[in-house]
Design a protein around this ligand. Structure first.
Ligand SMILES: CC(C)(COP(=O)(O)OP(=O)(O)OC[C@H]1O[C@@H](n2cnc3c(N)ncnc32)[C@H](O)[C@@H]1O)[C@@H](O)C(=O)NCCC(=O)NCCS
Ligand SMILES: Nc1ncnc2c1ncn2[C@@H]1O[C@H](COP(=O)(O)OP(=O)(O)OP(=O)(O)O)[C@@H](O)[C@H]1O
Length: 285
């Protein structure tokens, strides 16, 4: 494979990093999102705010840039997996330093980090489908240096016997590729505003994701409320329609009453916006 001149690698890596950060900010600002931090407020979170989410997103730009630089036109092998794991964990530390120890974007670093690396592995040229498949190859490789910690996400996947953040990446992001990206584009085609198209894409993810954030906070009752409520929004015509807006408001109330927040779905929406921009980098959405 022909190596691009370093200047192109630098420029490409910088663009990818800026784009990934912007997608995190777009996700955080998008409103009204059920249970999540948005422009209206903190959702079900006591320790998060929009300002904190934005500070966290900016703190991650150097991490995304390093991931892109180190992954440029490299194959998915153990050496790259270890580098990506090391940079991802350094990014988590960076995030924690920027937020005084609050977990704002752990799941997002994982999903977007893998996708940024995968675009770079294709030299900045792959389709969303190719990039998701390459990210999955990377996610399936073992990372011997990963600390053996028992996270909330792992506990939920074991307790409820469901896939979590790891599996979503290892399966090439099915909620992004088969649900959110098609819904985003369908809603745009149907004339919805960009905000409504993005909310519909979030609903499409929430109809079937086994979100371990929701499971950890609100169990199966919370997960059912999320999936049923998101289906109700879409079957009422989506967030652009008055009936869909009513269903979305009801879902928001239900999630807040259960103290549930679909953080995993939010991460995957940011990943969706990223892959959408990869395929149409010059369009302003
Ligand atoms: C795999 C990760 C996300 C840990 O997952 P785990 O479920 O054990 O942990 P934790 O509960 O802390 O975080 C999971 C987060 O994923 C998101 N999430 C939850 N459910 C889902 C789901 N079904 N699908 C996708 N994302 C989800 C949420 O934001 C949640 O907070 C990740 O932090 C990790 O292993 N990082 C190591 C560094 C690394 O290898 N990085 C490489 C890419 S940069
Ligand atoms: N807009 C958003 N609002 C809230 N969470 C979000 C948002 N966008 C992404 N997330 C994701 O949700 C996750 C927050 O997870 P979670 O609420 O489980 O945090 P925690 O600190 O591990 O748990 P808890 O808040 O229950 O103590 C982050 O890792 C982040 O990636």
């Amino acid at each position: 494979m022909k190596l691009l001149p370093q200047i192109q690698v630098e420029g490409g890596a910088e663009w990818l990093a800026r784009t990934a950060t912007q997608c995190l900010i777009d996700e955080a600002r998008l409103s009204p999102k059920p249970g999540l931090v948005d422009s209206r407020g903190n959702g079900a979170h006591h320790d998060l705010s929009l300002a904190l989410m934005e500070r966290s997103a900016h703190s991650l730009t150097p991490t995304f840039q390093a991931l892109a630089q180190q992954s440029w036109q490299r194959p998915a092998d153990i050496a790259l997996r270890q580098t990506v794991g090391r940079l991802g964990r350094a990014g988590e530390k960076q995030m924690m330093a920027a937020t005084d120890g609050v977990n704002t974007h752990r799941g997002a670093i994982w999903a977007l980090g893998l996708l940024v690396s995968a675009v770079a592995m294709h030299g900045g040229t792959g389709s969303a489908q190719q990039v998701a498949a390459t990210a999955a190859e990377l996610a399936k490789l073992p990372d011997a240096a990963a600390p053996k910690v028992f996270s909330k996400g792992l506990r939920a996947t074991h307790r409820y016997q469901v896939p979590g953040a790891r599996e979503e990446a290892q399966q090439a992001f099915p909620h992004v590729m088969q649900r959110a990206l098609p819904q985003l584009r369908l809603s745009r085609l149907n004339g919805s505003s960009e905000t409504h198209a993005r909310l519909d894409a979030l609903m499409a993810i929430m109809t079937s994701l086994t979100d371990t954030c929701v499971l950890s906070r609100a169990g199966l009752e919370g997960l059912d409320a999320m999936q049923d409520g998101a289906r109700a929004v879409l079957s009422a015509g989506g967030s652009a329609h008055p009936a869909g807006q009513q269903a979305l408001a009801a879902l928001d109330r239900h999630m807040l009453a259960l103290n549930a927040s679909p953080g995993g779905a939010a991460d995957l929406l940011a990943a969706t916006l990223f892959l959408d921009r990869i395929e149409s980098p010059y369009l302003k959405h």
